[in-house]
Write a protein that binds this ligand. Structure first.
Ligand code: SAM
Length: 236
Protein backbone atom coordinates (compact mmCIF):
# COMPACT_ATOMS: atom_id res chain seq x y z
CA UNK A 1 0.00 0.00 0.00
CA UNK A 2 1.15 3.53 -0.71
CA UNK A 3 0.74 6.45 1.68
CA UNK A 4 -0.16 9.01 -1.00
CA UNK A 5 -3.27 9.55 -3.07
CA UNK A 6 -3.68 7.84 -6.43
CA UNK A 7 -4.90 11.05 -8.07
CA UNK A 8 -1.67 12.87 -7.19
CA UNK A 9 0.37 9.93 -8.47
CA UNK A 10 -1.51 9.66 -11.76
CA UNK A 11 -3.46 12.82 -12.64
CA UNK A 12 -5.63 12.34 -15.72
CA UNK A 13 -4.13 15.46 -17.35
CA UNK A 14 -0.70 13.79 -17.40
CA UNK A 15 -1.77 10.36 -18.68
CA UNK A 16 0.80 8.97 -21.13
CA UNK A 17 -0.11 9.41 -24.79
CA UNK A 18 0.64 7.40 -27.93
CA UNK A 19 3.70 9.68 -28.32
CA UNK A 20 4.91 8.53 -24.89
CA UNK A 21 4.30 4.92 -25.89
CA UNK A 22 6.38 5.29 -29.07
CA UNK A 23 9.23 6.99 -27.16
CA UNK A 24 9.21 4.24 -24.52
CA UNK A 25 9.16 1.57 -27.24
CA UNK A 26 12.18 3.11 -28.98
CA UNK A 27 14.14 3.35 -25.71
CA UNK A 28 13.35 -0.30 -25.00
CA UNK A 29 14.79 -1.40 -28.35
CA UNK A 30 18.35 -0.95 -27.06
CA UNK A 31 18.40 -1.43 -23.27
CA UNK A 32 22.19 -1.81 -23.27
CA UNK A 33 22.46 1.84 -24.37
CA UNK A 34 20.54 2.96 -21.29
CA UNK A 35 22.22 0.80 -18.65
CA UNK A 36 24.57 2.84 -16.46
CA UNK A 37 24.03 6.21 -18.19
CA UNK A 38 23.13 9.61 -16.78
CA UNK A 39 19.77 10.59 -18.26
CA UNK A 40 17.73 13.76 -18.51
CA UNK A 41 14.14 14.15 -19.63
CA UNK A 42 12.80 17.59 -20.50
CA UNK A 43 9.01 17.76 -20.10
CA UNK A 44 8.75 14.73 -17.83
CA UNK A 45 4.95 14.90 -17.34
CA UNK A 46 3.73 11.74 -15.56
CA UNK A 47 7.34 10.62 -15.00
CA UNK A 48 6.76 7.34 -16.82
CA UNK A 49 9.63 7.85 -19.29
CA UNK A 50 12.01 8.41 -16.36
CA UNK A 51 10.56 5.28 -14.73
CA UNK A 52 11.26 3.29 -17.91
CA UNK A 53 14.84 4.61 -18.03
CA UNK A 54 15.29 3.71 -14.36
CA UNK A 55 13.94 0.22 -15.07
CA UNK A 56 16.46 -0.15 -17.91
CA UNK A 57 19.26 0.60 -15.45
CA UNK A 58 20.10 4.29 -15.95
CA UNK A 59 22.51 5.27 -13.18
CA UNK A 60 21.22 8.79 -12.54
CA UNK A 61 18.04 10.47 -13.71
CA UNK A 62 16.98 14.07 -13.89
CA UNK A 63 13.55 15.35 -14.92
CA UNK A 64 12.34 18.86 -15.73
CA UNK A 65 8.79 20.11 -16.14
CA UNK A 66 7.05 23.49 -15.95
CA UNK A 67 3.94 22.10 -14.24
CA UNK A 68 3.79 21.62 -10.46
CA UNK A 69 1.59 18.52 -10.71
CA UNK A 70 4.08 16.93 -13.14
CA UNK A 71 6.94 17.45 -10.69
CA UNK A 72 4.83 15.94 -7.90
CA UNK A 73 3.36 13.04 -9.91
CA UNK A 74 6.74 12.12 -11.41
CA UNK A 75 8.45 12.21 -8.01
CA UNK A 76 5.71 10.06 -6.48
CA UNK A 77 5.90 7.55 -9.34
CA UNK A 78 9.66 7.15 -9.01
CA UNK A 79 9.30 6.78 -5.26
CA UNK A 80 6.50 4.23 -5.69
CA UNK A 81 8.78 2.18 -7.97
CA UNK A 82 11.77 2.45 -5.62
CA UNK A 83 13.91 4.68 -7.87
CA UNK A 84 13.89 7.90 -5.82
CA UNK A 85 17.55 7.59 -4.76
CA UNK A 86 18.67 7.88 -8.41
CA UNK A 87 16.17 10.46 -9.61
CA UNK A 88 15.41 14.15 -9.13
CA UNK A 89 12.64 16.09 -10.84
CA UNK A 90 12.77 19.87 -10.86
CA UNK A 91 10.33 22.58 -11.85
CA UNK A 92 11.77 24.77 -14.59
CA UNK A 93 11.79 25.94 -18.16
CA UNK A 94 13.62 23.78 -20.73
CA UNK A 95 17.41 23.83 -20.12
CA UNK A 96 17.38 26.42 -17.33
CA UNK A 97 17.58 23.98 -14.35
CA UNK A 98 20.54 22.10 -15.91
CA UNK A 99 22.70 24.98 -17.09
CA UNK A 100 26.30 23.80 -17.48
CA UNK A 101 25.42 20.12 -16.96
CA UNK A 102 25.89 17.29 -19.47
CA UNK A 103 24.13 13.93 -19.82
CA UNK A 104 24.72 10.67 -21.71
CA UNK A 105 21.09 10.41 -22.75
CA UNK A 106 18.50 13.17 -23.14
CA UNK A 107 14.90 12.18 -23.81
CA UNK A 108 12.03 14.46 -24.75
CA UNK A 109 8.44 14.34 -25.90
CA UNK A 110 8.02 18.08 -26.20
CA UNK A 111 4.87 20.08 -26.88
CA UNK A 112 5.22 20.52 -30.67
CA UNK A 113 1.75 20.59 -32.15
CA UNK A 114 1.45 23.59 -34.50
CA UNK A 115 -1.13 25.75 -32.72
CA UNK A 116 -1.41 28.79 -30.48
CA UNK A 117 -1.78 28.27 -26.73
CA UNK A 118 -5.11 26.45 -26.79
CA UNK A 119 -6.06 23.93 -24.21
CA UNK A 120 -6.65 20.46 -25.60
CA UNK A 121 -9.58 19.09 -23.55
CA UNK A 122 -8.35 17.27 -20.46
CA UNK A 123 -4.75 18.52 -20.80
CA UNK A 124 -2.79 21.53 -19.52
CA UNK A 125 -2.30 24.32 -22.10
CA UNK A 126 1.45 23.51 -21.89
CA UNK A 127 0.95 19.87 -22.98
CA UNK A 128 0.82 20.11 -26.77
CA UNK A 129 0.99 23.66 -28.09
CA UNK A 130 4.18 24.45 -29.95
CA UNK A 131 3.23 27.84 -31.42
CA UNK A 132 2.12 28.49 -35.02
CA UNK A 133 4.82 26.30 -36.63
CA UNK A 134 5.06 23.80 -33.75
CA UNK A 135 8.73 24.57 -33.17
CA UNK A 136 8.61 26.92 -30.15
CA UNK A 137 10.25 24.32 -27.83
CA UNK A 138 11.73 21.97 -30.42
CA UNK A 139 14.18 24.55 -31.78
CA UNK A 140 15.68 25.64 -28.42
CA UNK A 141 15.81 21.97 -27.41
CA UNK A 142 17.90 21.11 -30.51
CA UNK A 143 20.07 24.22 -30.10
CA UNK A 144 20.77 23.25 -26.48
CA UNK A 145 21.93 19.72 -27.26
CA UNK A 146 25.58 20.47 -28.12
CA UNK A 147 26.02 22.10 -24.71
CA UNK A 148 24.29 19.34 -22.73
CA UNK A 149 25.30 16.05 -24.35
CA UNK A 150 28.34 14.20 -23.07
CA UNK A 151 30.89 13.06 -25.67
CA UNK A 152 29.29 10.07 -27.38
CA UNK A 153 25.91 10.94 -25.86
CA UNK A 154 22.57 10.93 -27.65
CA UNK A 155 19.12 12.46 -27.53
CA UNK A 156 15.96 10.50 -28.28
CA UNK A 157 12.80 12.48 -29.00
CA UNK A 158 9.38 12.34 -30.58
CA UNK A 159 9.07 14.38 -33.77
CA UNK A 160 5.83 15.09 -35.62
CA UNK A 161 6.26 14.68 -39.38
CA UNK A 162 4.31 17.90 -39.98
CA UNK A 163 6.85 20.10 -38.21
CA UNK A 164 9.58 19.01 -40.65
CA UNK A 165 12.52 16.68 -40.08
CA UNK A 166 14.59 18.76 -42.51
CA UNK A 167 14.08 21.91 -40.42
CA UNK A 168 15.49 20.03 -37.43
CA UNK A 169 18.42 18.71 -39.46
CA UNK A 170 19.17 22.27 -40.56
CA UNK A 171 19.29 23.49 -36.96
CA UNK A 172 21.74 20.72 -36.07
CA UNK A 173 23.90 21.25 -39.15
CA UNK A 174 27.16 22.85 -38.15
CA UNK A 175 26.92 21.69 -34.54
CA UNK A 176 28.42 18.30 -35.38
CA UNK A 177 25.18 16.51 -34.54
CA UNK A 178 23.08 14.43 -36.91
CA UNK A 179 19.49 13.20 -36.73
CA UNK A 180 18.26 9.77 -37.75
CA UNK A 181 14.80 8.26 -37.55
CA UNK A 182 14.63 5.25 -35.21
CA UNK A 183 11.04 4.37 -35.99
CA UNK A 184 7.90 5.89 -37.47
CA UNK A 185 4.28 5.35 -36.51
CA UNK A 186 0.86 6.83 -37.28
CA UNK A 187 -0.75 8.78 -34.43
CA UNK A 188 -4.47 9.58 -34.49
CA UNK A 189 -5.38 13.27 -34.45
CA UNK A 190 -8.88 13.85 -33.12
CA UNK A 191 -11.19 16.39 -34.80
CA UNK A 192 -10.93 18.84 -31.87
CA UNK A 193 -7.13 18.92 -32.21
CA UNK A 194 -7.18 19.12 -36.00
CA UNK A 195 -9.49 22.15 -35.67
CA UNK A 196 -6.79 23.90 -33.66
CA UNK A 197 -3.91 23.13 -36.03
CA UNK A 198 -2.34 26.17 -37.72
CA UNK A 199 -4.15 26.44 -41.09
CA UNK A 200 -0.87 27.06 -42.94
CA UNK A 201 0.61 23.77 -41.68
CA UNK A 202 -2.62 21.85 -42.33
CA UNK A 203 -2.77 23.13 -45.89
CA UNK A 204 0.79 22.04 -46.70
CA UNK A 205 0.77 18.74 -44.79
CA UNK A 206 -2.64 17.31 -45.63
CA UNK A 207 -2.05 14.33 -47.93
CA UNK A 208 1.66 14.50 -47.12
CA UNK A 209 2.18 13.75 -43.42
CA UNK A 210 -1.51 13.98 -42.47
CA UNK A 211 -3.75 11.21 -43.76
CA UNK A 212 -7.53 11.59 -43.65
CA UNK A 213 -10.08 8.81 -44.00
CA UNK A 214 -13.47 10.49 -43.79
CA UNK A 215 -13.83 11.90 -40.29
CA UNK A 216 -10.62 10.19 -39.08
CA UNK A 217 -7.09 11.50 -39.39
CA UNK A 218 -3.66 10.10 -38.68
CA UNK A 219 -0.28 11.79 -38.82
CA UNK A 220 3.26 10.53 -39.32
CA UNK A 221 5.20 10.66 -36.10
CA UNK A 222 8.86 9.73 -35.80
CA UNK A 223 11.03 8.83 -32.87
CA UNK A 224 14.43 10.27 -33.74
CA UNK A 225 17.92 10.01 -32.34
CA UNK A 226 20.45 12.84 -32.35
CA UNK A 227 24.09 11.83 -32.01
CA UNK A 228 27.50 13.26 -32.76
CA UNK A 229 28.29 13.04 -36.46
CA UNK A 230 31.07 10.42 -36.57
CA UNK A 231 32.77 12.10 -39.55
CA UNK A 232 32.87 15.44 -37.71
CA UNK A 233 34.11 13.76 -34.52
CA UNK A 234 36.87 11.91 -36.45
CA UNK A 235 37.98 15.14 -38.13
CA UNK A 236 38.47 16.89 -34.77
C1 SAM B 1 3.61 16.10 -24.53
S1 SAM B 1 3.88 16.22 -22.81
C2 SAM B 1 4.96 14.85 -22.50
C3 SAM B 1 4.94 14.34 -21.09
C4 SAM B 1 5.71 13.06 -20.82
N1 SAM B 1 7.09 13.16 -21.17
C5 SAM B 1 5.11 11.92 -21.58
O1 SAM B 1 5.69 11.52 -22.58
O2 SAM B 1 4.06 11.46 -21.17
C6 SAM B 1 4.96 17.61 -22.72
C7 SAM B 1 5.41 17.94 -21.31
O3 SAM B 1 6.29 19.06 -21.38
C8 SAM B 1 6.02 19.95 -20.32
N2 SAM B 1 6.49 21.30 -20.74
C9 SAM B 1 5.85 22.19 -21.51
N3 SAM B 1 6.61 23.29 -21.69
C10 SAM B 1 7.77 23.06 -21.01
C11 SAM B 1 8.95 23.84 -20.80
N4 SAM B 1 9.09 25.07 -21.34
N5 SAM B 1 9.94 23.33 -20.05
C12 SAM B 1 9.80 22.08 -19.48
N6 SAM B 1 8.69 21.31 -19.64
C13 SAM B 1 7.69 21.78 -20.40
C14 SAM B 1 4.54 19.82 -20.11
O4 SAM B 1 4.13 20.24 -18.82
C15 SAM B 1 4.31 18.33 -20.35
O5 SAM B 1 4.42 17.58 -19.15
Amino acid sequence: MTDFGESLLAPAALRPSEYTAALVHALNLEPERVHGVSALEIGSGSGVVLAVLAGLGAAALYGIDVEDDAVLAGSLLLRELGHEARCQIHKGDMWQPVEGRRFDLIAANLPHFPMQDHEVPGRHPTWSAGGPDGRRWLDPFLRGLPGHLEDGGRAVLTHNGFVGLDASREILAGSGLTLRVIESVFVPIGPEKLELMSPAVLEIEEGKSIHRYGPYAFADMHVVEVTADKRAANAR
